[in-house]
Design a protein around this ligand. Structure first.
Ligand SMILES: COc1nc(N)nc2c1ncn2[C@H]1C[C@H](O)[C@@H](COP(=O)(O)OP(=O)(O)OP(=O)(O)O)O1
Length: 314
C-alpha cells in the first residue's frame, strides 16, 4: 500500500480552493499578480472565509478572480501543501467546473486570463506540483495528494493516492534486468526497451523464480539456473481507472552476468549505462535496482510519466 504521511495531521490547516474551468479540450488559466504563486499561471481559488462552506468559497473565488458564474462544479481532489520548516498545512480543495455563464473579467489579482489547449500548458510557468496531479483532473479520477516544498520551486516529497470506491485487483508479473558493472542490456527496439511495458505474466501455479528464469532464457542466450529477486514494485496506471481497477505487482529480478562463465549477447540488445537508459520509471529506479539490495516501491504512472514514486527498504 502507498504510505500517506499522517504525522502532520495535527498541524493547523488553512483551507483553500482551486478550480479549473474546462471547455472542450481547453482549460482557463489566469496569471496571478499578487499573493501566493505571483507570476505563475493557475486555476482560480483562494482562502475559505469563516462561516462559508468550502464549496461556496470555490464559487466565490471563481467569480472574484475571472468574473464567471460556475454552474456545475465537481470536487476532484484534495492536496495538502507543506513547506519544510513550517508546521502549517495548506489544505487545497480542487474542483472541476465544466458549466458556467457570464463573461471573463480580468482583475488586479488575475490578468491576463487565457484559454490553453490541454497539451499546450505553460508548465514552466506554473506551480511544479501541477504536472503531477493534473492528469487526474483531466481524467476525472478523484485523488488525494501531499506535496512537501523546500521553496516555491522545489518539491522534496510527494504522495498521490487515487481514491477509488471499487476494489483493486492485482496482476502478478516478473521482469529481469541483465546487468554488468553499471550497464544494463536494453532492446534496440524502442517500444520493447520500455521496462514497464515488457514484463512476463506469471501463470497460475507457476513460481516467480521459474517465470523469471523462463523470461530470461526466452530473451537472452544464457546458461544459469538462478536469478536473484531484488524488488517488488506496485504499479498503478491512471489508464486503468476502471472497474475493477488493476494494480500490477512486478517482481524485479537482476542477473549480474559479469560473474557468469557463458553469456552470449544477441544483436537485438545493446549495453547502456544505467544513467543514460531512458524509460525506466524514475531516475532513481535503475541505480537502486543495480545495487542488488532488496527493496519495495510504488509508482503511479500516466502513460510513460511517473506521477508519484515511493521507495521502501525491505
Ligand atoms: C504550494 O503549492 C501550490 N500549488 C498550487 N498548484 N496552487 C497553490 C499552491 N499554493 C497556493 N496555491 C493556490 C491555492 C489557491 O487557489 C491560491 C491561494 O492564493 P491566495 O493566497 O492569493 O488566496 P486569496 O484568498 O485569493 O488571497 P487574498 O484574498 O488574501 O489576496 O493559490
Amino acid at each position: 500500500m502507498l504510505y500517506y504521511p499522517t504525522y502532520f495531521e495535527c498541524y493547523p490547516r488553512k483551507l483553500m480552493t482551486l478550480t479549473f474551468i474546462i471547455q472542450n479540450d481547453e482549460v482557463l488559466l489566469g496569471m496571478k499578480n499578487r499573493g501566493m504563486g505571483k507570476g505563475k499561471w493557475n486555476g482560480f481559488g483562494g482562502k475559505k472565509e469563516p462561516n462559508e462552506s468550502i464549496f461556496d468559497a470555490a464559487k466565490r473565488e471563481v467569480k472574484e478572480e475571472c468574473g464567471l458564474d460556475a454552474i456545475s462544479m465537481k470536487k476532484i481532489g484534495f492536496i495538502d501543501f507543506e513547506y519544510v520548516g513550517s508546521n502549517e498545512i495548506l489544505e487545497g480543495h480542487i474542483y472541476l467546473c465544466d458549466k458556467f455563464k457570464g463573461h471573463i473579467v480580468e482583475s488586479d489579482e488575475m490578468a491576463p486570463i487565457k484559454w490553453f489547449k490541454i497539451n499546450q500548458f505553460p508548465l514552466d510557468n506554473m506551480w511544479v506540483d501541477h504536472k503531477l496531479w493534473f492528469p487526474m483532473v483531466l481524467k476525472q479520477i478523484p485523488f488525494k495528494a501531499h506535496f512537501k516544498y523546500l521553496d516555491d520551486d522545489t518539491i522534496v516529497d510527494s504522495t498521490i493516492k487515487l481514491l477509488r470506491i471499487f476494489k483493486k485487483t492485482k496482476e502478478i508479473w516478473v521482469n529481469v534486468i541483465v546487468k554488468k558493472d553499471n550497464k544494463i542490456l536494453i532492446s534496440n527496439n524502442l517500444e520493447e526497451s520500455k521496462i514497464f511495458k515488457r514484463h512476463q505474466y506469471v501463470k497460475k501455479g507457476e513460481s516467480l523464480e521459474n517465470a523469471a528464469l523462463s523470461y530470461l532464457k526466452s530473451n537472452y542466450e544464457i546458461t544459469t539456473e538462478e536469478v536473484p529477486k531484488i524488488a517488488v514494485i506496485n504499479v498503478e496506471l491512471t489508464d486503468n481507472y476502471s472497474i475493477p481497477s488493476i494494480i500490477q505487482e512486478i517482481h524485479m529480478f537482476v542477473m549480474d552476468v559479469s560473474k557468469l562463465k557463458k553469456f552470449t549477447q544477441s544483436n537485438d540488445y545493446r549495453w547502456t549505462n544505467i544513467n543514460n537508459a531512458q524509460f525506466f520509471a524514475d531516475k532513481k529506479f535503475l541505480s537502486t535496482l543495480c545495487k542488488m539490495k532488496p527493496f519495495k516501491a510504488y509508482f503511479l504512472m500516466d502513460n510513460d510519466d511517473v506521477l508519484c514514486s515511493k521507495y521502501y527498504n525491505n
